[in-house]
Design a protein around this ligand. Sequence first.
Ligand code: ADP
Length: 659
Amino acid sequence: MKKRRSMEKIHSMETIHSVGENHSAEKVKSAEDDLTSRLPLRDNVRNIKNLFVHVYRIDKTYYFLDCLRLFLDAVGSALTVVLAADILEMLYESRPMEEIMKAVIFLLALPTLTAMLSSALLNEFVLPGKKNIARVYNGNLAAKFLHMDYSLVNSPYVKDMQDRIDRAHSHGDGIYDLFKRFDAIAAGFFNLVCSLVVAYPMLRIIVNFRNPLMYLGIVILAALLWILTSAAVKADAAFQERFLANPRDLCPEELYRKYYSFSWYWVRRCMSGEYHFIKDIHLYGGHDMMKKYTADNARESENVMHWTSVLEKLSGRSGFLNGSVGSLLSLAGYLVSAAYALMGAFSVGNVIKFAESITKIAGGAQSMGQLYRELSLTARREASTLEMLRISDEMYKGRLPVEKRLDNQYEIEFRNVSFRYPGAKNDALKNLSLKLRIGERMAIVGMNGSGKTTMIKLLCRLYDTQEGEILLNGVDIRKFRQEEYIRLFSVVFQDFKLLSLPLGQNVASSTKMDRELAVKALGQAGLGERLEKLPEGLDTFLYQDIADDGVEISGGEAQKIAIARALYKDSPFVLLDEPTASLDPLSEYEIYSRFDSMVKDKTAVYISHRLSSCRFCDDIAVFHEGRLVQRGSHEELLLDEQGKYYELWRAQAQYYTEK
Ligand code: ADP
């Protein structure tokens, strides 16, 4: 079985692309003017359609139920007008009291019934539906970002997209904008239809009366409707543009913070705008922890009032515009209807029905007028999110299980490996061949930019090689299940990242932790005393992005926590990639040699551009310009006075000899 598995052919290995190749550079659009320049109709329609379809897939009943309640609202309000007008007419015609009372009861009962039904739909289905859609939508984005290939997270294409998403969301209310627009449009549409139905008998009267003056009334009303509605739509657009220019100026800080508690923003906050932490999530398997937190956060943020709606209220924009246009048209409607009544065409009831219908038609037309502009803007803002969700991983995902070996007999071999970063002109690694001997220590030294970190990134499969192969016990590492393979490595990168979460969870990279083990790891890393002084011990939050009472830690303490995390993981390979670069050379040497005694029988790789830090290692590999140029012990390497090691040692010696 095992044999068959190891024979498993990597499905068209030749087709393994260089990173980001599928997401080519020409697709990378500048984030500049991305949201303010005009888009062609076709693009707008496509964006709107994509957004609608995406939301429909999340919740297949939402649109239907929302439309149903808006339809009921429109019917209810049309009924109110019709019944009120009929009652007035009955009073005017001095009809029997019984008949009038019956109509009054209808007037009270029918719209109340529709309002009750609509409110039940709203509370039971539509509002929970909105929250659920927003949670899934934002959660998916956060999850996508956390799970996609690290090589993609770091690619110019995805970085640009993240910028666009951030920019888009700093301008609007995310997916809630879609709900708002949709509600306005659907309500406008149903009101328009219901009002036309109510006004239909009156329109017939006008046509049948064959009086040119009456036609003129209709023309005047239509012209007013057109002029005022387009003026209102334009004014609204102008306001939006002003708002788009300075959203932050208009937004109170507190609301902005709350707004940021959306899951996606939470992920971004956790990493304080840096992408490196994704590397640590991948390597320490922190996905579940992030998932739990993003879900919790989305839940908490459900009741947050969204700041754009607050802004709308503050500005009184919709109230003012809709109100003034509405009253002007309503006035015109009443004047024209009154004139028709004077001409003997309309009864009292018809005057009211007609004038009210005109007002509603105006309101509906106005919403419909704003439809295209507002909806395209919303869809355009969300287009980057949808694009992000559609990105497909590029790395080959093998299915071979990694053999669990208690004796840790894992051997790694780089065989003729070359690698170039996407968009780079030169290879970061050239034709590298080396073996990591089990249970031994190896140091990799070389100047900055010589390819040391790249080697570690390839080893951990953050990137895949383009030429050559890396083998684990003789098998190409791409064939193994990624999550199992990654368990073999505890890595501390130079740009390691801790999360603004409790200390213990940082160490365990999980919400579930072995507390004893976490305390032990922190103690080994030299943080035992500090831990005792922390108010909540392992449960103390790091930093204050999330918890106001979180502790601020120094760079040195952060390094120790990162090292504790590596020790906690207890993997057979430990890789230290200059997490100490900000320390002075002697402190770095001290940490490296102390670490060496901690890792015991594991295979350890130490990286530094400072030769002194690694001289305790018997096996030192010297990198230069992406190549392995020398290998040996400190003493052996120094014997070669023409070698790179000797040159570097001489150049760096002054730092150490003085002390
Ligand atoms: P070292 O660890 O020895 O300092 P690296 O492995 O980080 O060197 O870098 C090797 C080369 O690859 C350098 O020329 C560096 O500029 C380049 N490089 C590193 N990371 C990236 C990246 N994400 N994109 C493009 N080039 C990179």
